[in-house]
Write a protein that binds this ligand. Structure first.
Ligand code: FAD
Length: 327
């Protein structure tokens, strides 16, 4: 029989949403546990953060260490195993972790984020935060007055990212594998066409990231030449080819997803359609297209309040049943 431990609320994930939920749940005096294999989520690997209120400029890993320290101060247990399955057992949840152990809880908060789509090129992972980024909204200001940056992708986020970057870097190259930009909103394409320093490299793929382990990324190699050159020197590359919310577990539980984005659909207090199951952060459609550390943390806090209310109601229901069965 696998080991089973009981808590009031299981919080899956180790990112901003999860740690904010843990802090608030602990302060509401319900018994939370955090489970996730990798510390810090996207914030921890995102390099410098310049838009988390209260910090003019902080390394993402340091910020997440502060999040975790605050949860530890409230003695929240942290299990470094991923949640592999969550199922309902009567009015409770039983979650299975990577090591085969189980957690029984009254409520679950899923804060497991999303998977950024990768180009799959050598050094892409190693140079993340050193020239390779997946978030132009987050990192564009770091490229103020830099000579050149590249954006990869052909959707709205790539085009919006390129427009934003054109206000910071001297030259921006948007590299799209198709010949035309058919997916973005027409207004975005019009604005892009008007930017003199934004060069559209279409019908082209990036085949190699150039640089060194010491310097990080310094350039890109293209599948065909642009302006007579097959390589372009760039200070950064923004890979904006989409992200997939981690919805396998919620789907198995019958959670309703947002029909357009495939994200977990939550109401304004982070409830899903499954009673006792809450979700927060980038996994959800709760903050629209703005997916940031601050929005994830805020949603984590709201989810914790909802979980607290649910746990309290659950206890009083159980108390009522126990009391009436004594008569
Ligand atoms: C390169 C980059 C730079 C960024 N820069 C900024 C910035 O400057 N400012 C800003 O505000 N935002 C920035 N962001 C966005 C920000 O990092 C995210 O919005 C934020 O991390 C979302 O937090 P989250 O907790 O919802 O998800 P995540 O941070 O993605 O955390 C999800 C957690 O769940 C864990 N997990 C996954 N599967 C499981 C499972 N089955 N069981 C348990 N745990 C699981 C993951 O390992 C991770 O710990 C950046 C993102 C990137 C990629």
């Amino acid at each position: 029989m696998p080991k089973e431990t009981r808590y009031d609320v299981l919080i899956a994930g180790q990112g901003a949403a999860a740690y904010a939920a843990a802090l608030y749940a602990a302060r509401y005096q319900i018994k939370p546990v955090v489970a996730g294999e990798e510390f810090g989520g996207e914030t921890a690997i995102g390099g410098q953060i310049e838009n988390y209120p209260g910090f003019v400029d902080i390394d993402g890993f340091d910020l997440m260490t502060r999040f975790r320290d605050q949860a530890i101060k409230y003695e929240v247990p942290i299990i470094t195993e991923n949640v592999v399955d969550v199922r309902k057992d009567g009015s409770e949840f039983v979650s299975e972790l990577g090591d085969g152990s189980r957690i029984r809880s009254i409520a679950v908060i899923l804060a497991i984020g999303r998977e950024r789509r990768k180009l799959g090129l050598p050094n892409e992972k190693e140079w993340m935060g050193r020239g390779v980024s997946y978030c132009s909204t987050c990192d564009a200001p770091l490229y103020r007055n830099k000579k050149a940056v590249a954006v990869v992708g052909g959707g709205n986020s790539a085009v919006e990212g390129a427009i934003l970057l054109s206000k910071y870097a001297k030259d921006v190259y948007i590299v799209h594998r198709k010949d035309e930009f058919t997916r973005p909103d027409p207004i975005n394409v019009t604005v892009m066409n008007d930017q003199k320093n934004l060069h559209q490299v279409t019908g082209t793929e990036i085949v190699e990231l150039l640089g060194t382990d010491e310097k990080g990324l310094t350039g890109i190699r293209l599948s065909k030449s642009f302006g007579g050159k097959e390589t372009i020197d760039v200070d950064g590359i923004f890979i904006e080819i989409g992200a997939d919310p981690r919805v396998e577990i919620p789907k198995r539980l019958g959670v309703i997803l947002n029909s357009e984005t495939d994200e977990v659909h939550v109401d304004r207090v982070m409830k899903t359609n499954v009673p006792g199951l809450f979700a927060a952060g980038d996994l959800t459609d709760g903050s629209g297209s703005l997916k940031q550390t601050v929005t994830a943390a805020a949603q984590g806090a709201i989810a914790a309040l909802s979980a607290y209310q649910y746990v309290s109601e659950h206890r009083s229901r159980k108390g009522t049943v126990a009391a009436s069965s004594r008569h």
